[in-house]
Design a protein around this ligand. Sequence first.
Ligand SMILES: [Cu+2]
Ligand SMILES: [Zn+2]
Length: 192
Amino acid sequence: MASKFLLFTMGALPLAQLQRQQFSQNNEMAEEGNTERQAICILNSENGQTGKGIVHFIQSSLVARTQIQGQFSGLNPNQRHGFHIHQYGNLSQGCVTAGPHYNPLNQVHGGPDSAIRHVGDLGNVQADESGNAKVDFIDHQVTLYGPHSVVGRACVLHRDTDDLGTSDNEESKKTGNAGPRIACGIIGLSKE
Ligand SMILES: [Cu+2]
Ligand SMILES: [Zn+2]
């Protein structure tokens, strides 16, 4: 009797349709952000440079802020280096093809704590006397979910210090005068 009943209900709602419904429900749950997402960016040195690093992005849900943890080496000792998310995950010509700072809201350049900033503006990493640096902070604009997700874009480390948009020149409002790109990598989904 049970199998006859099942056949009857399946006849009323074809199996393919049932599977489609299940699939879209699963997708919606993922888009609602009920599950944690993590991403990783492995920054390799540009030609002739020594800086490199690994950065982890951790976001427990769509509405949570993103934790960003990174380790860098081969930097200029005791110097701050600009660090950003750039628009494209295209490193075919090196870091230059990553394009400009990721800026989906069409704002001017700032720092991570600025009210007005590019989404990709993550400030600077401070190198110690050995040229190593660590960062561990929560960012309020970077997300791994939805249309402004940074997954598939690039993280870029610069030779110079990002002035966070505070200098009195045009470039400050675009790039923070962080200078050439010394290392970069593509942000990809990861598990841990
Ligand atoms: Cu940059
Ligand atoms: Zn910027």
